[in-house]
Design a protein around this ligand. Structure first.
Ligand SMILES: [Zn+2]
Length: 188
């Protein structure tokens, strides 16, 4: 057991959306990290076709991997719109490997893109919680806040401008008055 554990470069851990898979060692770009495995389902067998869970990995029109088995730790890998890994799907071998597409540092969560169909069906309706989408949302919120602050500042400036105009006007009058009274003419 320890030998296997120490050769592993990942562990299951807490992520923002529940559990996730995290790197425990540096993983080089291009490396196979883990195999996504489970019983192979044949869509031509009615009993297979009836199986429904959220860990079904479709290889092609006929073959699907049922990844819901406990030993399949790859099922913990969450989706990301800007992932550091990808699924290497080999329909002929009926195998799927998760491979690094970036250098991954220890502690990084491992993600791959679940694809457009999954995104549209499951993630879009509830809002994708991946880091990239969270960042985008944060940026939009910050922009909205900045815009609101700008509008507020413009309004405040207008008020100040109005106030200072009348003050300036008063000052001018006063100065004019003072100049006229205390100015050279009076002494002259
Ligand atoms: Zn996303």
């Amino acid at each position: 057991m320890p030998a296997i554990a120490s050769s592993k470069s990942y562990r299951v851990g807490r992520s923002k959306t529940g559990l996730g898979l995290f790197a425990t060692k540096p993983i080089k770009k291009g490396t196979r990290i883990i195999r996504y495995f489970g019983p192979i389902l044949d869509s031509r067998i009615p009993a297979h076709d009836e199986i429904e869970n959220k860990y079904l990995f479709e290889l092609n029109g006929r073959w699907t991997i049922d990844g819901s088995v406990r030993k399949n730790l790859a099922r913990y890998i969450n989706h990301s719109c800007r992932p550091n890994a990808e699924s290497d799907v080999r329909p002929r071998e009926r195998k799927v490997f998760i491979r690094a597409i970036k250098n991954i540092e220890p502690g990084d969560e491992i993600n791959y893109d679940y694809g457009t169909d999954y995104f549209k069906a499951y993630l879009k309706p509830i809002g994708c919680k991946c880091e990239s989408c969270e960042k985008k949302r944060k940026k939009l919120r910050a922009e909205a806040r900045a815009e609101a602050a700008k509008v507020k500042a413009r309004k405040a400036k207008k008020v100040v401008a109005k106030g200072s105009k009348s003050k300036a006007a008063k000052k001018k009058k006063l100065n004019g008055h003072a100049v006229a009274k205390v100015g050279g003419r009076a002494r002259a």
